[in-house]
Design a protein around this ligand. Structure first.
Ligand code: SF4
Length: 81
């Protein structure tokens, strides 16, 4: 289990994340979000400019997306906390 926090205030809509982890998608505002129906996605909680998504499985792709994000808008936290 791991959690991703996406800071939409920091997101520039560059979409380097989408090509590294297909569970990241573009929303109507032209910013990144997480597809709640994608494989391994347990929950997506959207609060104002912050998205917290919980995933099952391996965090490798999510880490690649976080590393590729120029403004550092994606944080990956492993474990249930
Ligand atoms: S790579 Fe970062 S800045 Fe670009 S769309 Fe994804 S979260 Fe937003």
């Amino acid at each position: 289990m791991y959690r991703i926090e996406l800071d939409r205030a920091a997101c520039d809509g560059i979409f380097a994340c989408l090509v590294r982890d297909e569970r990241f998608v573009e929303d109507d505002a032209g910013l990144a979000t997480v597809d709640p129906a994608a494989d391994g996605v347990v929950d997506v909680d959207r609060r104002d400019d912050r998205i917290v998504a919980t995933f099952e499985g391996n965090a490798a792709d999510a880490k690649l997306a976080a590393e590729a994000c120029p403004p550092g808008a994606i944080t990956v936290r492993e474990g249930s906390e």
